[in-house]
Design a protein around this ligand. Structure first.
Ligand SMILES: N[C@@H](CCC(=O)N[C@@H](CS)C(=O)NCC(=O)O)C(=O)O
Length: 201
């Protein structure tokens, strides 16, 4: 199984989830600026959308879109549960994944774009802080996003929380989120993925 990734980007979330599932993926690094692979290959031939992550299954099938890949891992690969596979439980998981993808992940995006006007960045940051505040309130009441059950939604939120330092957001302002991120960092799958992506400080 091949995971197309860029160090520390949102592709870290399926990377961690795969390791949580007991799968060590073959990592293929993508240069997001040139859309080239380490061997000079064309990433656009793998994922014509040009962004990571993409997961290539052993039969050659390519999956894209982080939340869809996470659901695939939950339903097909996890040896120990990484979230509900069906019914209302799955609906709740998708509810969280969509929130993280559209409100948190994409909330950070303008802050990373050098060509984004400062006024736009300021508005984006204000909105993102509101969302982080809300998540902080949720985490103050539960162990994991789904309650007592650890899931791929926690992995995705953790990966986004790592971007706060780059965005000059003090995680200490969100104590429950900071505790959650700390707890996530202790997990062996997280440590292994961070090491494999060369992110260990
Ligand atoms: N909708 C996509 C978004 C993925 C995404 O934003 N990937 C970023 C890294 S976190 C990327 O590759 N950006 C480079 C680009 O868009 O050219 C998903 O959920 O998987």
């Amino acid at each position: 199984m091949k995971l197309y990734f860029s160090p520390g980007a949102c592709s870290l979330s399926p990377h961690i989830a795969l390791r949580e599932a007991g799968v060590e993926p073959e990592l293929v690094r993508v240069d997001l600026a040139t859309k080239k692979l380490a061997d000079g290959g064309d990433y656009l031939a793998i994922n014509s959308k040009g962004y990571v992550p993409a997961l290539q299954l052993d039969d050659g099938t390519i999956l894209t879109e982080g939340p869809a890949i996470l659901i695939y891992i939950v339903q097909n690969l996890a040896r120990t549960p990484l979230g509900p596979k069906e019914g209302m439980g799955l609906v709740r998981l998708v509810e969280w994944l969509n929130f993280i993808a559209t409100e948190i992940h994409k909330g950070f995006s303008p802050l990373f774009k050098p060509n984004c006007p400062q006024e736009w960045k300021a508005v984006a940051k204000e909105n993102l802080l509101k969302r982080l505040q809300w998540v902080d309130g949720q985490l103050a009441q539960r162990t994991w996003l789904l309650g007592e059950e650890f899931s791929v939604a926690d992995v995705y939120l953790y990966v986004c929380s790592r971007w706060t330092s780059f965005a000059k957001i003090d995680l200490a302002a969100f104590p429950a989120l900071a505790r959650f991120a700390d707890k996530m960092t202790q997990r062996p799958a997280v440590q292994a993925a961070i090491e494999a992506e060369g992110l260990k400080r």
